[in-house]
Design a protein around this ligand. Structure first.
Ligand SMILES: *Cc1c(COP(=O)(O)O)cnc(C)c1O
Length: 369
């Protein structure tokens, strides 16, 4: 890999393939695999990632919003795409782009049926979301009959899957609650299946569900974070490979004398003669202000350099007094010498927020398998 000469997010498709195969290996062969590629594939580039996952054999994709699904369709993705969070008024576009909606409330279900009938659809594939305790989206246990009554009177749609989402699949202290969610899901979906008279796909596991509750894989699982290399668990993390590495370069080095200050509001004052390096990355790139003032740091020639002072919009400064480095040298923010989870934790957050926050202006460089 040539060294970075500007800020780049390297995306390693070999690591993506490794993670996909690892997660698949936890499941029976007939369990289908849905890859979650919402939020620009968790900040990695959804088209590139979806193409690779299609090649690897994923059965389904999921995105959050309709626009994300349209982008995949416009770039040649042909695998079925579940839209997790559509709104009323999205359904014409959904049908026009062969996307499959999550129908999670009475209003949404009625609105979809109206649109599908107006567009003369027959057996259009839809997904019914059940609320088993996350209390975010989905029908409650006492609404199953209502769902069926609405579906029964139309041939415009066919239930392709019934699903729910776990609230704490990574949290062992909530094991009893999670098992309760799984049991409730089984009960609610069977009630609906009996009325429907056919068997849609069933799914409740996300990445940590696959790892901690493989017995609840049903006929499909949905994985996002695991594909990108994170297991939400220090024992699982070593088995996965983060696919993104964020790198940049030293723009300039200043030599400062004791008491001189660095950056806006003079938040850092050097305690002794110091070398301070300026890097072309800031909070507008996704490295939030929380990482500043020595909360987190970067690696230069495998050595730790703390971020000093406030993070600026496009720039941050690091202390390189103890590091033999010069202008133009490569800097690793995460990936390589620094596990992204370590960096995220230094900022009091989680892998999900760190990687989805890397902004679009950061150039993505794809490393093929
Ligand atoms: C984002 C999301 C997922 C993926 O969860 P991971 O923890 O990233 O595997 C699965 N299902 C739903 C409904 C989601 O919103």
């Amino acid at each position: 890999m040539p060294k970075a000469n500007e800020t780049v997010l390297e995306i390693n498709l070999g690591n993506l393939a490794h993670n996909y195969r690892y997660l698949r290996s936890k499941l029976d062969e007939d369990v289908k695999f849905l890859s979650v590629v919402k939020a620009f594939a968790y900040g990695n580039d959804s088209v590139v990632i979806a193409k690779k996952l299609e090649e690897l054999g994923t059965d389904y994709f999921a995105v959050a919003y309709v626009s994300e699904g349209i982008q995949l369709r416009e770039n040649g993705i042909t695998t079925p795409i579940l839209v997790l969070h559509p709104q009323m008024g999205n359904f014409e576009e959904i049908i026009e782009h062969c996307l499959e909606p999550n129908l999670y409330s009475e209003k949404i279900l009625i609105n979809f049926i109206e649109t599908a009938e107006a567009k003369n659809q027959k057996n259009y594939p839809v997904h019914i979301k059940l609320n088993t305790g996350l209390n975010r989206l989905g029908f409650d246990a006492n609404e199953i009959s209502k769902v069926y009554d609405l579906i029964e009177n139309t041939n415009s749609l066919k239930v392709r899957s019934i699903f729910s989402h776990l609230a704490a699949s990574e949290d062992w202290e909530e094991r009893e609650f999670t098992i309760g969610q799984i049991d409730l899901f089984r009960k609610m979906s069977w009630e609906l299946i009996e009325k429907l008279g056919y068997q849609p796909l069933l799914h409740i596991c996300n990445t940590s569900g696959i790892i901690n509750y493989p017995q609840a894989a049903f006929s499909m699982v949905r994985s996002g974070i695991g594909l990108y290399g994170y297991g939400n668990d220090e024992n699982v993390d070593p088995k996965l490979k983060p696919i993104g590495s964020l790198k940049t370069v030293i723009s300039q080095i200043h030599k400062l004398e004791k008491g001189e200050s660095v950056g806006y509001n003079r938040k850092y004052k050097v305690p002794k003669t110091s070398r301070i390096a300026t890097l072309p990355i800031g909070h507008a790139d996704g490295i939030n202000r929380i990482y500043g003032n020595e909360k987190a740091g970067v690696f230069i020639h495998d050595q730790y350099a703390p971020i000093v002072g406030n993070v600026c919009m496009d720039i941050l400064m690091v202390n390189v007094t103890e590091i033999d480095c010069e202008e133009g040298d490569e800097v690793v923010i995460f990936g390589g010498s620094q596990h992204p989870v370590k960096f995220a934790e230094a900022g009091g957050t989680i892998s999900y927020e760190l990687i989805t926050g890397i902004q679009h202006r950061v150039k993505r460089i794809v490393i093929p398998e």
